[in-house]
Ligand binder design. Structure first.
Ligand code: ATP
Ligand code: MG
Length: 553
């Protein structure tokens, strides 16, 4: 029950602010830079920002932080919107930092006029040199004491395109001796003769992130501007701009970002995986992007529950990928439709069942009766899973073996009488006797068996490609290993089964359907499917295979 859960620190701050009358209601924002697809880390920020507004009756803006024309693209804007909607959230306003370029220019002019900003002709190397180090204070630039008039004229000339990229910058005049490096006269505008995905060629100067972000918050009257811990040192600058410009005092609060095992989470790295062909696309089901998880068959519910479970803290940690998978299984276990599919087939022939006939049996669609039943064709030739047969039964083997009995799911009990091998020595067929009185639902055979296996009727089976995914990385924290993170890619992250046998009901599968292939895992239809060729993605195995492996040692 959410009522029983204790408040996290941001909820406490908000409840305090509301109780003190500091705000009548809250406004949060989610501010992605449209330079890549959203990843699972972003969903933590989305759930937090939208979740808080929902909980406290406030609103959330979606704001694209699009101040860097070179890396941004409308493809990313569209994907970000799709992902947020899919997660189940609605924004009140769709804003763009680029909408504020005129206001931001005005803010820059105000700082110049107050003697709080100056145009610097130094090269980036010279600026870096005078910046000092965390233990050694910086030195003033030779251009620091230009007059207001001179700065105004130069800044306007920058804006009008009189200079080349990098020739001049506008800097805030703060304190070159500050212990916070970000306060040592940060650059607030740079020259970039580049086309912007929204403003086109209107601008050749662009505000820096720090100059755009806080002021955008302020323009939108964001009450609680929530970001990740690495922005703590930026807060002083954030507040400085608000104070000097005398604008709406938004406040910045920082929480620990999500880091997850077997995953990289920076868009820069994800872009490398796509561009260098380690995965097929941003929405490759192995990618930790929201679109990748969606395509793999994750549900919005499972991701929201995951974000809820990991909580909101002030200290960084590494969350186990298994927790996300746990949330997924918890959701799919109650909602996924049960079906049968055979991934690695051998033929089972029932010698006492009439050939060339079939019957229709009933099988449950869900873990209980509430999801109803569906028709299943049964005949004398069935596909079963190779791993469900053993030539010589091991101890505690409850599946098929010569002389052993097993139940065929939703059908009959069969006993294996003999088997056949192909020229290569591989099992090609097993021959069985079935017991007509053992039919599921009306079994009065008096037989009792311990194992149940799945099957698909040979004459009635359809085929499909099945894609089995494993973790993309073979080490827990690829970013912290020596060398390049890509050296730690799992070479077996995708196994393709070109021809699996599936029951007919799957022919009408929809992209939104979630299935449990009984005993094999959770699956969904892939968007690459065509009418003639269905493709299924494995969303997850039924159990956490990796835990088992660790235990085995
Ligand atoms: P990346 O480092 O992956 O490129 P970013 O922080 O540059 O991410 P933005 O588009 O700027 O990406 O992020 C939008 C919002 O999502 C920001 O408020 C950011 O703090 C938040 N965010 C990004 N990554 C995570 C994460 N791993 N966990 C929680 N929040 C995150
Ligand atoms: Mg960013």
């Amino acid at each position: 029950m959410s009522e029983e859960k204790s408040l996290h620190f941001i909820e406490e701050i908000i409840e305090g602010d509301l109780a003190a009358g500091k705000h009548q209601s809250i406004i949060t924002r989610f501010p992605p830079e449209p330079n890549g697809y959203l990843h699972i880390g972003h969903s933590k920020s989305i759930c937090l920002n939208f979740g808080l507004a929902k909980k406290y009756g406030g609103t959330t803006n979606l704001r694209f932080d699009d101040t860097n024309p070179v890396t941004e693209d409308t493809e990313y804007v569209d994907s970000i919107k799709e992902d947020i909607k899919w997660l189940g959230f609605e924004w009140s306003n769709e804003f763009y930092a680029s909408d504020y370029f005129d206001s931001l220019l005005e803010f820059a002019v105000q700082l110049i006029q107050k003697g709080l900003a100056y145009v610097d002709d130094s090269s980036s190397e010279e600026i870096a040199q005078l910046k000092g180090t965390p233990t050694e204070s910086g030195k003033d630039s030779p251009f620091r004491n230009r007059t207001v008039e001179e700065n105004m004229a130069l800044f306007m000339a920058m804006k009008e395109g009189k200079y080349k990229d990098g020739e001049k910058v506008l800097r805030a005049k703060i304190d070159m001796t500050s212990s916070n490096m970000l306060m040592r006269d940060p650059i607030i505008y740079r020259i970039k003769h580049a086309h912007h995905h929204r403003t086109g060629n209107k601008w050749c100067i662009y505000p820096m992130y720090d100059f755009a972000h806080g002021q955008s918050d302020s323009i939108e009257k964001i009450t609680h501007s929530i970001c990740t811990l690495e922005f703590i040192p930026h807060r002083e600058l954030y507040n400085w701009f608000i104070e000097k410009l005398e604008i709406y005092p938004s406040h910045q609060y920082e929480f620990a970002r999500l880091n997850m095992t077997y995953t990289v989470m920076s868009k820069r790295k994800l872009l490398q995986l796509v561009n260098e062909g380690h995965v097929t696309s941003w929405d490759d089901p192995r990618m930790p992007t929201i679109s990748g998880f969606r395509r793999k068959g994750y549900t919005p519910n499972s991701i929201r529950n995951f974000c809820d479970k990991i909580g909101v803290a002030k200290r960084e940690n590494l969350i186990d990928l298994s927790l996300l998978e746990f949330c997924l299984r918890e959701d799919l276990n109650t909602t996924a439709k049960r079906v049968m599919a055979v991934l690695d087939p051998i033929k089972l022939i029932i010698t006492n069942y009439p050939a060339n006939t079939s019957e229709i049996l009933q099988s449950e669609n869900g873990p209980d009766e509430t999801m109803g039943n569906r028709d299943l064709h049964f005949s004398n030739e069935l596909w079963i899973e190779r791993e469900d047969f053993m030539e010589e039964a091991a101890k505690k083997w409850f599946r098929l073996a010569p002389g052993a009995m097993v139940r065929l799911k939703s059908a009959y009990i069969v006993r294996c009488d003999s088997f056949e091998k192909d020229a290569a020595g591989k099992i090609s067929a097993v021959y069985c006797t079935y017991f007509p009185e053992s039919k599921s639902g009306s079994d009065n055979s008096g037989l009792s068996v311990k194992g149940t296996i799945h099957w698909v009727s040979v004459a009635h089976a359809a085929t499909a490609e099945v894609r089995l995914y494993d973790r993309l990385f073979r080490v827990e924290n690829p970013s912290s290993e020596e060398g390049d993170f890509k050296d730690y890619i799992n070479p077996h992250s995708l196994e393709i089964i070109p021809n699996a046998y599936i029951e007919q009901s799957l022919l009408s599968a929809d992209l939104n359907d979630r299935f449990q292939f009984i005993r094999k895992g959770y699956f969904c239809l892939d968007k690459d499917s065509t009418k003639d060729r269905l493709i299924f993605n494995r969303t997850a195995t039924l159990k956490d295979a990796w835990v088992k492996e660790v235990k085995k040692g």
